[in-house]
Design a protein around this ligand. Structure first.
Ligand SMILES: O=C[C@H](O)COP(=O)(O)O
Length: 258
C-alpha cells in the first residue's frame, strides 16, 4: 500500500507583510516539534514580498517548515512587468508554488492553458506545483462538479511526462467553500478527490496516481480537519484564513489529535 505523507499548506493569500511573516513563522517554529514534521509536511505559501524573509529564517534556524509562492510566471524572464519568474523563486529556494488558484482564475482570467504553462514553468525550475482545481457553486448545483474539476486537472497537466506529474500536488478547492465558512462535506470532497485520482490513473498509471497527494481546501479549520483527513483520497489541506492564526494552523497540522 502506498503511504502518502500528508501536506498541510497555509496559503496566506495577500496577508502578512514581511515583518509579520517572520513573527508568524517563528511562532509556528516554536510550536511545532520533530514529531509533527515526522508525521506531516508543513508548508507556507507566502506573498512574494515575504519570501526572502521566510527563507532567511528557515535557512538560519534550519527549520523544517517548507515554503513557496502563490503564483509563478509562465515566462523565465524579460518584459513582463509585475511578474515573478521560476528562476527567481528557485533562487529563493522555494519548494512549492500554487498554480491556478481559483482567485487567479477568477480575478486574473487564468485559463487552463495559462495554468498548464505555469505548471511547466514550475517543473522547469525545480519547483513543485500545487495545482488548484474546483468548481463554482452553479457548476456544483448543476451536478457537473466532477466533470468540471477533472477537465481542469487534465488541462493543468497537459503534455506533462509521468516523471513530472508524479510529484504534483493537486488541491481540490470547491470555489463556493473558499473563505465562506461553508465546508464541502467530507464525503463530497472524497468523491471528487477519488475521481481526481482515477483521472491520474487514466492519464498515467495507477501506481503514479497512488503516489500523488491530493489536498482539500475550503474553510478548513481545526474543528473539521480530522473528518476531512479521515477520507482515503485526501492527503492534506490547503488552508487559507485559518493558516493566518498560528495556534489554529498548528492544530490543523496536528489533525490526528483533534
Ligand atoms: O488556498 C486556500 C483556499 O482558498 C481556502 O481558503 P479558506 O481556508 O480561507 O477557505
Amino acid at each position: 500500500m502506498t503511504t502518502r505523507t500528508p501536506l498541510m499548506a497555509g496559503n496566506w493569500k495577500m496577508n502578512l507583510n514581511h515583518l509579520e511573516a517572520i513573527a508568524h513563522v517563528q511562532k509556528l517554529a516554536f510550536a511545532l516539534a520533530d514529531k509533527d514534521y515526522d508525521a506531516v509536511e508543513v508548508a507556507v505559501l507566502a506573498p512574494f514580498t515575504d519570501l526572502r524573509s521566510v527563507q532567511t529564517l528557515v535557512d538560519g534556524d534550519k527549520l523544517k517548515i517548507k515554503y513557496g509562492a502563490q503564483d509563478i510566471s509562465a515566462h523565465d524572464g524579460g518584459a513582463y512587468t509585475g511578474e515573478i519568474s521560476g528562476p527567481m523563486l528557485a533562487k529563493l529556494k522555494c519548494t512549492y508554488v500554487a498554480v491556478g488558484h481559483s482567485e487567479r482564475r477568477q480575478y486574473h482570467a487564468e485559463t487552463d492553458e495559462i495554468v498548464n504553462a505555469k505548471v511547466k514553468a514550475a517543473y522547469k525550475h525545480g519547483l513543485t506545483p500545487i495545482l488548484c482545481v474546483g468548481e463554482e457553486l452553479d457548476v456544483r448545483e448543476a451536478g457537473n462538479h466532477v466533470e468540471h474539476t477533472l477537465a481542469q486537472v487534465e488541462g493543468g497537466l497537459k503534455d506533462l511526462a509521468a516523471e513530472q506529474a508524479e510529484s504534483v500536488v493537486i488541491a481540490y478547492e470547491p470555489v463556493w467553500a473558499i473563505g465562506t465558512g461553508k465546508v464541502c462535506g467530507a464525503d463530497d470532497a472524497q468523491e471528487v478527490c477519488a475521481a481526481i485520482r482515477g483521472k491520474l490513473a487514466e492519464l498515467y498509471s495507477q501506481e503514479l496516481a497512488d503516489r500523488v497527494r491530493i489536498q482539500y481546501g475550503g474553510s478548513v479549520k481545526s474543528g473539521n480537519v480530522a473528518e476531512i483527513m479521515a477520507k482515503p483520497d485526501i492527503d492534506g489541506a490547503l488552508v487559507g484564513g485559518a493558516s493566518l492564526d498560528s495556534d489554529e494552523f498548528v492544530k490543523i497540522v496536528r489533525f490526528r489529535d483533534q
